[in-house]
Design a protein around this ligand. Structure first.
Ligand code: PLP
Length: 446
């Protein structure tokens, strides 16, 4: 038996040995179309030679120099590249090694900001139910998925949770986007007032909710109202774009279409595209200035932050996105994927909702479309779907607990930006077969 402490030690994982564009290939030669980028990571597929060459070049020069002694060229260049494409107030980049670390850094920087500006009483974080911000204790504490939190609850700091923006289930019948957004914003304001207007550090949200809710874009106007409320009470807005950012939704920053700019934004998965582990927090100028004018240092740090080879890889990813106009491709192929998903699954008796943006889509699975009744959690539909899809040679990302942390299933799709239209057909066909085997339904593809 393997000596690796695998995620599920009892599960027999195929051994991945090679990547080829949108496909992963196992030791037996089986090919898997990576329709989820693992967990929305591999946005350039698995064999991007421009990225691997940049990493190899950097490894030959300087793999690593600890950031308490040195800065390094790729880290400086990557920060320049990110800030150059970020809206005005976002001015500085703090590098880490992944999404959870990015969220930890954002939370601590937000708290330290208020110490620096003389508001040490602020100590509350408000996040949203059904959110996912990572698995370290701080990130899990703000995460809103009851099932994922439960075993570790005694170790988690107390955070507040308000409603997510989840129109499929939580917008009232006949309620307009505007009214729904305003209702959610009012709930946030009420929570800030309950905690004390000058007691709250930050409101944290995934711009497009990903892993635990399943690719839910916000309704128009929601974030604009949230931003107004945060400003009214001096609360920082932290957007978690670890999954939805870096082009996944068709714009480099998922917040772009929302007409707001956060004070802090976390990115990770698409930043390194899986070629190296890396994450980052972009901070607004006023946050940085507060630290500079105050203590002069952010009281945080990890050994591998600003890793030279990771930054070189992420810089090459940025170049691919912009020089090869991949964001336009995400929008165009995303529109195609949307059409294909609707054609294949609009009439499926167990597909309650199809939602997403760019190349970030999800199907929410239900027992009954009319009542939106979730499937019995005992059926573990999401786990069976993952297995059925793997048997079809398809990687997708199903998850459970969509509705309330216990009930509900969805499947997330996040194909690479280099995906070809015929691979989208393959994706839909294989997903239809996998759903067909899980629900014992005949497959009808139009
Ligand atoms: C929105 C969001 N934040 C944070 C994380 C945590 O990232 P990581 O797994 O790299 O620690 C994830 C991972 O799925 C995520 O989706």
């Amino acid at each position: 038996m393997s000596k690796v402490f695998h995620r599920m030690p009892g599960h027999a994982y195929p051994v991945a040995v090679r990547g080829e564009g949108a496909y992963l290939i196992d030791r037996e030669g089986r090919r898997y179309l990576d329709a989820s980028g693992g967990a929305a990571v591999s946005c350039l597929g698995h064999s991007d030679r421009a990225v691997t060459a940049a990493i190899e070049r950097q490894l030959g020069l300087l793999p690593f120099a600890h950031t308490s002694f040195f800065t390094n060229e790729p880290m400086e260049a990557l920060a320049e590249a990110l800030v150059a494409r970020a809206p005005g107030p976002l001015a500085k980049v703090y590098f880490v090694s992944g999404g959870s670390e990015a969220m930890e850094a954002a939370l601590k920087l937000a708290r330290q900001y208020f110490l620096e500006i003389g508001q040490p009483q602020r100590r509350h974080i408000i996040a949203r139910r059904q959110s996912y911000h990572g698995n370290t204790l701080g990130a899990l504490a703000i995460g809103g998925h009851a099932g994922r939190r439960k075993p570790f609850e005694p170790l988690l700091f107390a955070a507040s949770h308000v409603s997510p923006c989840y129109p499929y289930r939580e917008r009232a019948a006949g309620e307009s986007d505007e009214h729904y957004g305003a209702r959610l914003a009012a709930e946030l304001e009420a929570e800030i007032q309950r905690l004390g207007g000058d007691q709250v550090i930050a409101f944290v949200a995934e711009t497009v909710a990903g892993a635990t809710l399943g690719a839910v874009p916000p309704v128009a106007g929601y974030f604009r109202r949230v931003r107004e409320i945060c400003d009214r009470y001096g609360v920082l807005l932290i957007l978690d774009e670890v999954m939805c950012g870096m082009g996944r939704c068709g714009t480099l920053w998922a917040f772009e279409p929302e007409g707001v700019v956060p004070d802090l934004v976390a990115v990770a998965k698409g930043l390194g595209a899986g070629y190296q582990p890396i994450g980052a927090v972009l901070a607004a100028q006023h946050v940085f200035d507060a630290v500079m004018r105050g203590s002069g240092s952010f009281q945080h740090g990890h050994t591998y932050l600003g890793h030279a080879a990771a930054c070189a890889g992420a810089l090459a990813v940025q170049r691919r996105l912009h020089e090869d106009r991949l964001l336009a491709r995400v929008s165009a192929l995303g529109a195609q994927l949307e059409t294909k998903l609707h054609a294949a699954f609009d009439a499926h008796p167990n597909v309650g909702d199809i939602r997403g943006r760019g190349l970030f889509w999800a199907l929410e699975l239900v027992a009954d479309r009319a009542s939106k009744a979730p499937l019995d959690p005992e059926l573990r539909t999401h786990a069976r779907l993952k297995q059925a899809a793997m048997e079809q040679g398809l990687m997708c990302y199903p998850s459970g607990g969509t509705v309330d942390g216990a009930r509900g299933d969805h499947v997330l799709l996040a194909p690479p930006f280099i995906v070809e239209p015929e691979q989208l057909d393959e994706l839909v066909e294989k997903l239809a077969h996998a759903l067909g085997s899980v629900f014992a339904e005949p497959v009808v593809l139009r």
